[in-house]
Every structure is written in structure tokens, then in C-alpha cells.
Design a protein around this ligand. Structure first.
Ligand code: FAD
Length: 408
């Protein structure tokens, strides 16, 4: 094993490179990234990067020393366009790069709202360039902000816009926001967090058409024919795994690159991060099949696993995890661990009636499979450990009782 190629120069790709260099791998490492930027942190882009008066620098490392620090050949600014798993080559521009081991970490890209291509005043938030554009627009005298999609990123942008004293409406097609991510009751609870801060949330509404004057958004027409005037339209309707470049590669692509438990998608080819779909053994009794996450923590962990497995396939290790993500809305911290599957959700601390603070647990197969906390920062990691040990529901309720006693 002499040449590791990592495609995707973001979190998973960076952690991949760091892991093998940290382990002492002394072969050649090439990191290919479609963006001009060095790897940078995405979570702040919909939070403090938009909100702070002083614009923070979200890059993970200093540009000047990055390549030297990790002894990595950087190929930035051009996307990989093809993969040949028989010849073990990746095409980047007019170069064909040979690999012994490959990590695919091409992440995901923001879903666009049809009919908004090229319109001024319409934003998504996925890349640093997106965030630079939106940060400016939020300070450009625009008053009315409409967010399409009440997911986590849309909700974070809405919260920032409110903190800048703008008028914010969220439009959500589903009757309950976030139902797939955290279930119905908790989706309603988080909606109240918005309402508490003066953000209007309209559910069960479809955007039929985006209206504009000379290429600048001015309103959206809803399914019932009403028009909602807006200065800015922020589209937060999810992300799609970036797999187009793998067409014809023979890899199985099904809402992500499908891999085995060791994150292997083909001989010598491993996947990591938002693009990866793999069987998470911890939830094999609860989930129908392999899962794909869009969480910072698992992208970082998978980057390390994929790269270590790629350089030492004989000793490749299976990756399993209790998923974890956080999200910041207004001054509140929302945290979730596990999966939102099962037959029962129980609030075990606080009260969800007004959007928090509270902790709620999710039960499936008579075991704890998930936990959601709003403004109870110390809680979810305790439940995460129980989930990781596949502890029963009784053990979760016992821990909850103990935590309540300690808090009293
Ligand atoms: P990405 O970060 O998507 O990076 C993939 C990289 O690959 C990109 O730089 C892309 O340009 C590049 N690429 C794509 N195609 C090619 C190609 N053909 N050739 C070369 N390069 C290519 N998670 C949380 O847990 N908590 C949060 O609060 C949170 N907030 C977020 C806020 C925002 C605005 C966003 C966008 C994400 C947030 N996330 C959060 C999710 C987290 O940031 C992602 O899970 C993580 O960035 C995934 O890392 P990745 O390396 O797999 O993919």
C-alpha cells in the first residue's frame, strides 16, 4: 500500500488524512477537493458565521502549513469526474491519479428549489461561499426572510435572522416539521421554540412558484394561491449525496454510496461521511437496512475508519456508532443521539409543552434507541452510552429517575 487517495476535502476527508498520518503511514497521500478552499467547518456556517459581528474563520487549519503538516498532495478546485475501480484510477481534470487505497468523502450538496436557479435573493447554505453570500444578504437592508423547509439548517438560519431582528416565516410542506428526524411529538415541541421567538411557522404548505422582478425574488406563491412577499428566500430542503461523478464506476449508489460494515464499497475503495450508506450493527434490530447520516461526529469518525481500513485492509474494522448531532436555535442547544425509531417517546425531564428545556427518550424493542434534549447539555451523552450498550428501557427509566433526583 503506497498511495492513498482521498476524494472530498472536507471534514471526513481531512480526518482520513490526519488519521493515517497520525498512525505513521509513510506512503503518498493525495487529497482531492472540488472547492478552492481548504477544509473548513460547516456547522458554524448556519450559526455563528451568519450571526457574529466579526466574521469568524471556519477553516480547520492554516492554509500555509496544511499540506506540509500532513505531507499531503493537495489537488483543490477541480472535482474528480470519474472512478475506474479495475484500473484503480480517479480522473481529476485532465489527470488520472492511480491509487492503492481510495476514500470517497464527497459529502452532500444542497437540494435546490425548482424554478429558483439564478435568481438573486435566493440562498442555500452548504458551502463557505453560500454562507458568505447569505451573511451579506442578511445585513443588506432586507427585512422579510422566508425559509423554505423547517429542517435543522433552515431552523438555524431562521434563528439567526430573528436575532438580527428580521421578520421570519418558515414554510414547511409536512404537517409536522422534522418528523423523520425526531418524530411527531418532538417535531411539534421544537416548532414551539420557533414560535416563542417570534418566527412564524406555516406547516402543510407547498411553494408553487417563486415570483421575481427582473431576476430578483419578490414573493412566493403558495399551494392555496396566496402570495407571501419576501426580500430573501432561504432554501433548506435537505441535501443530496454527491455521487454523480461515480456514474459508470460499478459502485452501488442508492441515496449514497452503499458500503459494508467496514465502509468498503469495492476492493480498495472505502466511503466516509455524508455520502456513505452502511449497515450500523448497533441498530440492526430497529432499522430496515443501511443508514446514511449527515452529522459532523460520524463524518469525522468514518473518515478515520475508512482511511485506516484503506491502508490496512487485512485488518479492516467494522464501524458502528450511536449517531449524535446538535443544532443551535436562538440561545437553545438541541441535541439528539441514536435513532428516532420505535413505538414510544417519553419526556423524562423538563417539559416539552413550551419547547424546552426537556429530555425525551425513544423506545424500540423494549430498549432505549434515542434521546433528544433541549437545553439539557449534560444529559444526552449519558443516554448515548446506554444506547451503545443496547440497554433495556427499564435501565433508561432508572437513569432518568436518578438524574431527576440529582437535579432536585
Ligand atoms: P462535506 O462536508 O459535504 O464535504 C464534501 C466535500 O467534497 C466538499 O468540500 C465538496 O466540495 C467535495 N466534493 C464533492 N464532490 C467532489 C468531487 N467529485 N471531487 C472532489 N471533491 C468533491 N452536523 C452536526 O452534527 N451538527 C450541526 O450543527 C451541523 N450543522 C451544519 C450546518 C451546515 C450549514 C451544514 C452544511 C452542515 C451541518 N452539519 C452539522 C453536518 C456536517 O457539517 C456534515 O455532516 C459534514 O460536513 C460532512 O462532512 P463530509 O466530509 O462527509 O462532507
Amino acid at each position: 500500500m503506497t498511495h492513498l487517495v482521498v476524494v472530498g476535502a472536507s471534514l471526513a476527508g481531512l480526518r482520513a488524512v490526519e488519521a493515517v498520518r497520525g498512525d505513521g503511514f509513510d506512503g503518498t497521500v493525495t487529497l482531492v477537493g472540488a472547492e478552492e478552499h481548504l477544509p473548513y467547518d460547516r456547522p458554524p456556517l448556519s450559526k455563528e458565521y451568519l450571526a457574529a459581528d466579526e466574521c469568524p474563520d471556519p477553516r480547520y487549519r492554516e492554509h500555509a502549513t496544511f499540506a506540509d503538516d500532513l505531507d499531503v498532495e493537495l489537488v483543490l478546485g477541480t472535482p474528480a469526474s470519474a472512478l475506474d475501480t479495475s484500473a484503480r484510477t480517479v480522473t481529476v481534470g485532465d489527470r488520472s491519479i492511480s491509487y492503492d487505497g481510495l476514500v470517497i468523502a464527497t459529502g452532500a450538496h444542497a437540494r435546490a428549489l425548482p424554478g429558483t436557479e439564478g435568481l438573486a435573493g435566493v440562498h442555500v447554505v452548504r458551502t463557505l461561499d453560500d454562507a458568505i453570500g447569505l451573511r451579506g444578504a442578511l445585513r443588506d437592508g432586507n427585512r422579510k426572510v422566508t425559509v423554505v423547509g423547517a429542517g435543522f439548517i433552515g431552523s438555524e438560519v431562521a434563528a439567526v435572522a430573528r436575532s438580527l431582528d428580521l421578520e421570519v416565516t418558515i414554510l414547511e410542506a409536512l404537517d409536522t416539521p422534522l418528523v423523520r428526524a425526531i418524530g411527531e411529538r418532538m417535531g411539534r415541541a421544537l416548532t414551539r421554540l420557533h414560535e416563542r421567538h417570534g418566527t412564524e411557522v406555516r406547516t402543510g404548505v407547498a411553494v408553487d412558484e417563486v415570483l421575481h422582478d427582473d431576476g430578483r425574488v419578490r414573493a412566493v406563491r403558495l399551494g392555496d394561491g396566496t402570495e407571501l412577499d419576501t426580500d430573501l428566500l432561504v432554501v433548506g430542503i435537505g441535501a443530496q449525496p454527491t455521487t454523480g461523478w461515480l456514474e459508470g464506476s460499478g459502485l452501488t449508489v442508492d441515496d449514497g454510496v452503499v458500503a459494508d460494515a467496514r465502509l468498503a464499497a469495492a476492493p480498495g475503495v472505502y466511503v466516509a461521511g455524508d455520502v456513505a450508506r452502511w449497515p450500523n450493527a448497533l441498530f440492526d434490530d430497529v432499522l430496515d437496512g443501511p443508514m446514511r447520516l449527515e452529522h459532523w461526529t460520524s463524518a469525522a469518525e468514518q473518515g478515520r475508519y475508512a482511511a485506516r481500513n484503506a491502508v490496512d485492509p487485512e485488518n479492516a474494522k467494522a464501524y458502528e456508532t450511536v449517531p449524535y448531532f446538535w443544532s443551535d436555535w436562538y440561545a437553545s442547544r438541541v441535541q439528539f443521539v441514536g435513532v428516532a425509531a420505535g413505538d414510544h417517546v417519553e419526556v423524562v425531564a423538563g417539559d416539552d409543552a413550551d419547547g424546552g428545556p426537556f429530555t425525551a427518550l425513544y423506545r424500540a424493542n423494549d430498549r432505549i434507541v434515542g434521546a433528544l434534549a433541549v437545553d439539557m447539555r449534560a444529559e444526552v451523552m449519558k443516554y448515548r452510552r446506554l444506547i451503545g450498550r443496547r440497554e433495556g428501557w427499564d435501565a433508561a427509566l432508572a437513569l432518568a429517575a436518578e438524574r431527576r433526583e440529582q437535579a432536585a
